[in-house]
Design a protein around this ligand. Structure first.
Ligand code: X8Z
Ligand code: ZN
Length: 617
């Protein structure tokens, strides 16, 4: 996987494709030479330098190919991207093997050893050196990504695109239609991928083993400046901190859904029906805030989607407003090419990968977003998310090595923009002239504001964790193709407390109906980001001298916060992530405490609401 060529989603795809390091002369050779027995630390450093240069060149080439494919999906571009990805994988694997061999050279500095490890773990989906394996993987990958990008569902028997069905799930309140959309999407997109997916797992596992990892999941967990086991334990510990809050939210929301739809649709006890939560994957529930808002305290008094529409916002204006948040902190405006080259809305005449992503094509300043924006609150927040990637990419482009032009860990990349979006408070909306000052909700509406946030932020946590818990099991063989679907549904139930709205057939492959599974993008990063963004936000508000309730703080316009943030962003991946965390927050620990403090009033309130309820599932 290549690091930040593209971040986030798109990154994902290119990750599997991107070549990592290679000495220029070895660039086309899959079999890197083993470390000469007599190699010295100086030889290793020289190799690292030339390899870094080759990696930088390769990622630029790959970035252009990926961009063309993702903004113009058809058989021709799928072929081109598969070729490019295969070449990239061969190169990256060769580099990773060489790095593993060089790691045995005596007398290496800790810095050199760290760089070698980063190269080894920098690939997301390796392939073995068996002739044809990388090519086979890449063509399977392009194929299933194409299925996702061109996938359709039905609503009232009418075919609708993936982009349309995603939006329809937010607003539709007809349980039969919701069920139809949910089942048709999962059946038509997920199921056809199953066999190819199983084959891809086998290929990448063989590749991971050649790199010295037991399986691809261990390789993924090995990319966090700690051992794979330590990383798994860290995520489990943080989940343990926040799980009780999720369970309270689940209990409360279930009660409201029961009141709205009745026992036949949503029972009072047990799991929640997955299609009723305002999102195809039940990952963020903010879309159904109207159903769960408590009388009085829950009436926030405005709806951001309505405000944006009323003020005549269009997609470009949403992005300009997002950019302005960053420039208010002291960051330089985005380059002219950003506005010329980005894809902001869904083209009418061709298939594209609509799932939002942020790109850094040239490791300098060719920054772009690729989105299919609509004017609504969700996309307004996604704009802030994507721009967080772009400003991070630009900040670390000052690093002398391509290897360090990446976030401290992948959760950091996903957290920056979300930290900004937490600052979209009612007072900030007044500053933007979106909200009438007389309509700012008073302290009696705090519960409503917090509940609205929790529906997105807290609801997401188990989903953010379970996708890779499932993939870790798939990669280590404890979940087999025969049990893919059952294990997926078991984990959805265990972690999220949700069930599919209808029976799942023997051929079903529901994991494939989620973008990041189809595109082989690791997902634990989003769980980390949900936790980290509250740590960053709390730290920023402290730096800004904020004294009120945490969720009312907006650090918009605060140059001091901007300078401190820039100091962390600029570090890129040059130091282990706990050091970067310390630079901005003062602590080296990832910790759910900040999130719990943010939601503390809501947590107390939820417990009261749920008294006497049979919570859990
Ligand atoms: O994929 C994304 C971003 C791009 S990196 C839009 N997210 C995850 C998802 O949509 O599943 C952001 C939240 C989680
Ligand atoms: Zn992202």
């Amino acid at each position: 996987m290549m690091k930040s060529l593209v971040s986030g989603l798109a990154l994902a795809v290119s990750m599997l494709a991107m070549p990592a390091l290679a000495a220029p002369a070895a660039a086309a050779t899959p079999e890197a030479p083993a470390a000469a027995p007599a190699a010295t630390p100086a030889d290793v450093d020289a190799w690292l330098a030339s390899a870094d240069k080759a990696m930088a060149e390769q990622t630029v080439k790959s970035g252009h190919v990926q961009w063309v494919y993702q903004t113009y999906v058809n058989d021709d571009t799928a072929g081109i991207v598969a070729d490019s990805d295969a070449a990239g994988t061969l190169l990256q694997v060769a580099q990773a093997k060489q790095a593993a061999a060089f790691a045995k050279v005596p007398g290496l500095s800790p810095e050199t050893l760290r760089r070698l490890t980063m190269i080894r773990t920098g690939i997301t989906t390796p392939a073995p050196s068996t002739p044809g394996a990388a090519e086979e993987f890449s063509s399977l990958q392009a194929h299933i990504q194409g299925i996702y990008a061109t996938g359709h569902a039905t609503r009232g028997g009418v075919s609708i695109s993936g982009h349309e069905v995603e939006n329809a799930m937010i607003t539709d309140r007809n349980p039969d239609e919701l069920k139809e959309m949910w089942l048709s999407w999962h059946d038509s997109v997920g199921a056809p991928m199953k066999a190819d997916y199983a084959r891809m797992v086998a290929i990448s596992n063989a590749g991971a083993r050649e790199l010295g990892y037991s399986d691809t999941g261990a390789l993924w967990r090995g990319n966090y400046d700690m051992t794979p086991d330590e990383f798994a334990a860290m995520t489990e510990k943080v989940w343990g901190q926040v799980r009780p809050l999720y369970q309270q939210l689940h209990c409360y929301v279930r009660g409201k859904l029961n009141a709205k739809y009745g026992d036949a649709v949503q029972a009072k006890t047990g799991p929640i029906r997955a299609d009723l939560l305002g999102n195809m994957w039940a990952q963020e529930w903010g879309g159904i805030y109207d159903i769960v808002a408590p009388k009085g305290a829950g009436d926030i008094g405005y709806d951001l989607t309505d405000l944006l529409k009323a003020k005549g916002y269009d997609p470009i204006r949403m992005v300009k407003t997002g950019e302005q948040f960053y420039t208010s902190l002291g960051f330089a405006p985005l380059p002219k090419t950003f506005w010329e080259r980005s894809q902001f809305t869904k083209p009418r005449d061709r298939e594209v990968v609509c799932h939002a992503s942020a790109w850094d094509i040239d490791n300098k300043d060719d920054l772009r977003v690729k989105m299919c924006l609509e004017v609504n609150a969700t996309d307004f927040s996604t704009v802030h998310h994507e721009l967080g990637h772009n400003f991070y990419q630009r900040a670390y482009s000052i690093q002398p090595l391509r290897l360090y032009e990446e976030s401290a860990n992948d959760g950091f990349h996903e957290a920056i923009g979300d930290t900004m979006a937490l600052s979209i408070t009612p007072d900030y909306l007044v500053k933007l002239n979106l909200l009438d000052p007389a309509k700012v909700p008073g302290p009696d509406k705090d519960i409503g504001l917090l509940l609205r946030q929790a529906m997105d932020k807290v609801a997401f946590l188990p989903f953010g964790l379970m996708i890779d818990r499932w993939r870790w099991g798939v990669f280590d063989g404890s979940i087999t193709p025969a049990t893919y679907e059952k294990a997926w549904n078991d984990m959805r139930l265990r972690y999220q407390g949700i069930v599919p709205p209808g029976p799942r057939g023997a051929d079903a492959f529901d994991p494939g109906a989620k973008y990041h599974v189809a595109a082989s993008v690791p997902y634990t990063r989003y769980f980390l980001a949900r936790i980290l963004q509250f740590q960053f936000y709390e730290a920023a508000c402290k730096q800004a001298g904020w004294k009120g309730p945490l969720h009312r703080c907006s650090f918009y316009g605060n140059r001091k916060v901007g300078a401190n943030l820039d100091a962390m962003l600029k570090m890129g991946a040059s130091r282990p992530w706990p050091e970067a965390l310390k630079v901005f927050t003062g602590t080296r620990e990832m910790d759910g405490g900040a999130m719990l403090r943010y939601f503390a009033p809501l947590s107390a309130w939820l417990k009261k609401q749920n008294e006497g309820q049979d919570c859990g599932w």
